[in-house]
Design a protein around this ligand. Structure first.
Ligand code: IVH
Length: 670
């Protein structure tokens, strides 16, 4: 290869390598393999070694580590690097917005820009004539450290900008380390006997604010641009809004987070915040909030800066979802089925924006798994709207005064006998109060009942009151109450008595599945109740069913059918049902799809279907008026079989029941 050929080859290689870098680091394009990249790089290196005078400053391979510096030079920022004022709740965000409104002429309308607040190290990058000249840290906001040498090692920071580029641009953004990178870095640190980094922010800062560029390179830092601090006049017309700045940065080859949104209202900002919250745990980089700004740059200028922070921006901070606290006590609650549930009481602590003082420990197994003792310091977690839970015991903080917890020998509510039972195939052990008349069970059963019946006017407090007054002994009594019964009670207004009676009256005809749910049969939740309603159609048929009738229903296992059979054969439940019906409760028969193409047909599903999930197939059958059974019998009309179908397929063949593929099934219902 002669020099002219080499020259054009070198140019091509540079172009392709830069492109691959861009696709790999900025676009996260999985198509780019390391092997391809490495081999092109080897070739370019070899050619450059042969023709040293063809080397250029913007060479992608110029990202080789230089010699360590003795110390950082200082850089005076041409535009001060500000910080942000925080909003820890929507209320605080709304007051920020009100301040903005007050500062602008009346009725000025403005849109917001919402973007991620990445948790790393802020950098400012100055490009003159398209070439990176300085990279600096924030420092005190006026003077930072010149970290240009290190910054040049960050793969997604362009060393030169593609044409057309502005004469001058100063880009602000966040250097960050991926969580996965931190994990492998910490494994390495451990091997070397070095202390691990506490978080990605410290690891990022530690990788850039040190004097060896080779180390920065090895640490695989990323950079996301979020702002333009200075822009020469040749380009300033392109940016009227903060969102335009993001677009320009992206077109100049910077990584700009795709999680950003122009919001018309503060409500939309809150939606953005809520939406990202769901992605946050799985997001590759650490974030500590959302940055919200007034999008219009002219309005930003008008709003200006107060102290160290701009008035036109706010940082919404996600509340911490984990906290530590001490367990002051463990008490026991009696559930509606009589199950005893241990409850941890804490010194009240703020987690995920709310004060938490107790959390369920579910069962004895959980306490043993955690190794929890009363007095222990624990880590509690409250992810999103989820109820708080104890996730870890900090054993090292024990004093020796902690006490082991044991389940009480008698029911804490009624003093009744306790029985230890294995749950669902022996997976866990639970303790039950066996006293049928245990008042705690009773009240909780009633609460469950009114919730299932959607009688919203009657809550736990009122139920307790009614029970104490002797007006109800069980939920069936509710339907015999009169206005006079209620308004006779002390501090009970006529109006609320009327409301309650009217709402109870209006709920006398629940759907069959809600009715089944309300009975509080062990293991029968919403889903199972719906399956039962669809299968039996009426409460009469369900209550007359035998254990073997339940076994043939898809999704109903032996534990559930035993529990169902036990409930309907128990004279107490029979009496309760009779009382309900006697008081005018009449569940509506399950609305069968009439004239559906599958009406009257029973299906059994087996194996993995190529496109439909089992649940989808089942829904389609039910929607067409068909039934789904769990086992093949003479009553089965069709078996729909997918891959690795087992004994059900064999049974179908034995009984001569037609077997359909998914495609045939789809055709049948289309
Ligand atoms: S704007 C006016 N946007 O948060 C201040 N900052 O507390 C300019 N940060 O020092 C910052 N992501 O390190 C802005 N999308 C983002 C950000 C962001 C992270 C950091 C940045 C800054 C700190 C402010």
């Amino acid at each position: 290869m002669d020099k002219t050929e080499a020259k054009s080859r070198i140019q091509k290689l540079r172009g392709e390598i830069s492109d691959l870098r861009y696709r790999y680091h900025v676009k996260n394009d999985p198509d780019v393999t390391d092997e391809v990249y490495d081999s092109l790089t080897r070739e370019l290196r070899a050619l450059e070694a042969k023709y040293p005078d063809l080397r250029v400053t913007d060479d992608p391979l110029a990202r080789v580590a230089g010699a360590p510096l003795p110390k950082f030079q200082k850089v005076t920022h041409s535009v001060r690097m500000l910080s942000l004022s925080d909003a820890f709740s929507y209320e605080e965000l709304e007051s920020w917005d009100e301040r903005v409104k007050k500062l602008l002429p009346a009725n000025t309308s403005y849109e917001y820009f919402a973007e991620l607040k990445l948790d790393g190290l802020a950098l400012t990058l100055r490009y003159e004539d398209g070439v990176l000249v300085t990279g600096a840290t924030r420092g005190d906001g006026f003077i930072g450290e010149n970290v240009t040498q290190n910054v040049r090692m960050i793969a997604d920071i362009p060393l030169t900008l593609p044409k057309p580029f502005p004469k001058l641009i100063e880009v602000r953004g966040e250097a960050v380390m991926a969580r996965a990178t931190l994990a492998s870095l910490n494994r390495q640190q451990e091997k070397l006997g070095l202390p691990p980094f506490a978080n990605t922010r410290n690891a990022t800062a530690g990788s850039i604010r040190q004097l060896d560029p080779a180390l920065t390179k090895a640490r695989r830092i990323n950079f996301f641009a979020y702002d333009i601090a200075e822009l020469s006049a040749d380009f300033s017309k392109r940016t009227a809004k903060h969102s335009d700045e993001h677009r320009l940065l992206s077109s100049l080859g910077f990584s700009v987070s795709e999680h950003e949104h122009i919001c018309k209202t503060l409500g939309e900002v809150e939606t953005f915040i809520e939406n990202f919250k769901k992605l946050r745990d799985a997001f590759p980089f650490g974030t500590d909030g959302i940055v919200i700004s007034v999008n219009d740059l002219a309005l930003q200028k008008r709003l200006g800066v107060v102290g160290k922070a701009p008035r036109y921006m706010a940082a919404f901070k996600y509340p911490a979802e984990k906290a530590t606290t001490r367990v002051t006590d463990i008490t026991v609650q009696v559930g509606r089925t009589g199950v005893l549930t241990p409850l941890a009481h804490f010194e009240p602590t703020l987690v995920a924006g709310s004060r938490v003082s107790k959390a369920t420990l579910h069962n004895m197994d959980q306490i043993e798994r955690l190794g929890l003792r009363i007095g222990d310091t624990v880590v509690i977690q409250k992810a999103g709207d989820v109820i708080p839970e104890v996730v870890e015991v900090l054993v090292k903080l024990r004093t020796g005064k902690e006490k082991k917890f044991t389940m009480p020998a008698r029911c804490p509510e009624c003093g009744g006998d306790i029985e230890k039972r294995e749950n669902l195939g022996g997976e866990s052990v639970a303790y039950y109060c066996v006293n049928k008349n245990c008042p705690a069970k009773n009240i909780r059963n009633m609460v469950h009942f009114v919730n299932a019946f959607e009688i919203y006017t009657v809550g736990p407090k009122i139920l307790e009151r009614l029970k104490d007054e002797g007006l109800v002994t069980d939920a069936a009594d509710l339907f015999a109450l009169t206005e006079a019964d209620l308004s006779g009670l002390e501090r009970f207004g006529e109006k609320s008595a009327q409301n309650i009676i009217a709402s109870i009256e209006s709920k006398k005809k629940p759907s069959l599945d809600r009715f089944i749910m309300s009975l509080g049969i062990i293991h029968v939740g919403e889903e199972t109740a719906r399956d039962l309603a669809a299968h039996f159609g009426t409460i009469e048929k369900l209550s007359r069913a035998k254990a073997s009738d339940f076994d043939e229903i898809e999704n109903i296992g032996p534990a559930v059918s035993t529990s169902l059979a036990a409930y309907f054969s128990d004279p107490t439940s029979q009496k309760f049902l009779k009382k309900l019906f006697g008081n005018g409760v009449k569940p509506k028969p399950f609305a069968k799809v009439k004239g559906g193409t599958l009406s009257g047909k029973t299906f059994v599903l087996t194996g993995t279907l190529p496109t439909l999930s089992r649940e989808d197939a089942k829904k389609m059958i039910l929607a067409q008026g068909g039934k789904v059974a769990s086992a093949v019998s003479k009553k089965t009309d069709f078996v729909v079989a997918g891959e690795s179908a087992g004994s059900k397929l064999a049974d179908a063949k034995k009984l001569g029941i037609p077997v359909l593929s998914e495609a045939e099934f789809q055709k049948m219902i289309s």
